[in-house]
Design a protein around this ligand. Structure first.
Ligand code: PEP
Ligand code: MN
Length: 268
């Protein structure tokens, strides 16, 4: 923890405010599809997750895909559709930026900028999103240690941006039956090391729709401030991450269980 200054626990948890939502003050849920695919899909997702009690809408417009032949996202059109869906459902929206050249555009349409696992150590991207002052959710890199992850958060804070949120999304291990291994010990550890809010993403961590519920409930007990869950109106037809998407009906059921597990501030 030697080179870390601004991320360090200072006895006061930080709260990132986005509209009516306070990240780090009470439990919250971010939900929505992996990618924005079309107007119907994102609007339907937004209204359904809102009705179930989610606080923030997610949806990718720029997708960092492992294969260049996979769906890459709708780009600017996706940002516009996401922003409109957020307004329709009265929810703030989060979306990923993968290139410094798109930061200005993404900031125009998004309430929170996501830095994905693949870009956790893209220091020019971190510095530039730091300069915007916009809330930034920094996902953990596949191979990143907790210290490396915190160092990346330090880059954003060092530009004067205090609105940083961490997201544990699993790390790569020798296990092959799950997409990644959800490291919940990092969440409990981060609680001791940093004042930043912590979100857990069980979708990318497991890659399996049938593991979202047990891992969501386990994550709550590890002490996180919220969850980010991929939800799709027709999961089998999702253009990206189809195996891990849960249906809007399954999400509503899960939200009932989450509400029984943790005190939850509904915004509806
Ligand atoms: C995502 O949230 O859609 C995503 C691509 O996640 P990660 O960067 O964790 O793989
Ligand atoms: Mn995804």
């Amino acid at each position: 923890m030697e080179e870390l200054k601004l991320v360090k626990d200072n006895g006061k948890k930080s709260i990132v405010t986005v509209g009516d939502v306070k990240i780090g003050d009470g439990f919250l849920v971010i939900a929505g599809p992996c990618s924005v695919e079309n107007e119907n899909q994102i609007n339907e997702s937004a209204l359904a997750v809102k009705k179930a009690g989610a606080n923030i809408l997610r949806g990718g417009a720029y997708k960092p895909r492992s294969s260049p032949y996979s769906f890459q996202g709708l780009g600017k059109d996706g940002l516009i559709l996401l922003s409109n869906a957020g307004k329709l459902a009265n929810m703030p929206v989060i979306t990923e930026v993968i290139d410094t050249r798109d930061i200005e555009l993404v900031c125009r349409y998004a309430d929170i900028i996501q830095i994905g696992a693949r870009n956790m150590q893209n220091y020019s991207l971190l510095t530039e999103v730091g300069k915007t002052g916009k809330p930034v959710m920094l996902k953990r890199g596949f191979y990143a240690t907790v210290n490396e992850w915190l160092s990346s958060a330090e880059y954003i804070l060092n530009e004067g941006n205090k609105n940083v949120i961490l997201c544990e999304r699993g790390i790569r291990t020798f296990e092959t039956l799950t997409r990644n291994t959800l490291d919940l010990s990092s969440v409990a550890l981060l609680r001791k090391l940093t004042h930043l809010p912590i979100i857990v993403d069980p979708s990318h961590a497991t890659g399996r729709a049938d593991l979202i519920e047990p891992m969501s409930l386990s994550a709550i007990l590890s002490g996180c401030d919220g969850l980010m869950i991929e939800v799709h109106p027709t999961p089998n037809e999702a253009l990206s991450d189809t195996e891990q998407a849960i249906s809007t009906e399954a999400f509503a059921m899960l939200m009932g269980k989450i509400e029984n597990t943790v005190e939850f501030k509904k915004t509806i």
